[in-house]
Design a protein around this ligand. Sequence first.
Ligand code: TRP
Length: 351
Amino acid sequence: MSQTQSSSADITSPAQTERKNVIFSGVQPTGNLHLGNYLGAIRNWVAQQNDFDCIYCVVDLHAITVPQDPQALRTSIREVTACLIASGIDPDQAVLFNQSSVPQHAELAWIFNCVARLGWLNRMTQFKEKAGKNRENATVGLYSYPTLMAADILAYKATHVPVGEDQKQHLELTRDIAAAFNSMYGADIFPLPEPQIQGVAARVMSLRDGSSKMSKSDPSDYTRINLTDSADEIAQKIKKAKTDPEPLPSEMAGLDDRPEARNLVGIYAALSGATNAEILSEFGGQGFGIFKPALVELAVSQIAPISEKMNRLLDDRAEIDRILKKGTEQARARAEPVLAEVKKIVGFLPE
Ligand code: TRP
């Protein structure tokens, strides 16, 4: 499916194109956020908050699609919130809240479960990967994860969704659900949200293996720079990052068979706001003895302040809870009328 136009063209409500831009994105509260999350997503969330109506959500309902320790989950929700704020999300500009506090997400997800088809969900590659060989034992929640994601987005009629490449298929499903709902009920209620796929330049790989993505689930902490790392830890990890004995080339083509070197150049470029080519024209001919200390200085100057601010915030749990509560109230105030509209369209009695 994935049509670009709602099939209810005969409805005389505002056209899709006249909608105001609303940006929605979500992050799971599981484990530490790292440099890949920062360069690939969070930094872009921060950049958009001045210019657009932005809603950012800590998706704790999604987290329990796989088993979680309740105490660890509580801690993670606060940590991820603190990390987003420390990275520059301003709760006075963007709406920042946790998903489980706004019941409209789960409510709309149920309605979407009755719109989405088994055939659509059966195609989701992330479920196949996450469920693995023991699919019979996966939770129903893991299977219907994408309908909850569609509800997150559409409860605010969001028009744009910044996500990584791995979530593109879920966004397509969201568009299919929006179009199917609009068409089933002959209502032009939902926009078909556009993915904003993060650039390949910002794809950050493991510091130990340039062919696998930097990941919070890698058993070795030396593969990633966490946003909670101190200046010393950041420096150690970059010093120990895998490289090769060759000097850096002055053209990108020279990095084709050197994934670790390419990754470090890409990180430097992303942190500095320059292109890979510009970085190579500066460092071409230099060895890692020169390049790594320069990268340490740049990474420490940008990442260490985030971990310092995050630690300060985490000392004041009540402040984090207060911020989330305010975000929750704002999110509810926006999702409630949308759910009232949906329930009326579906044929439920008014409250
Ligand atoms: N599934 C997303 C991820 O794992 C997180 C997410 C949940 C999300 N709901 C969302 C992202 C809505 C964008 C919009 O990265």
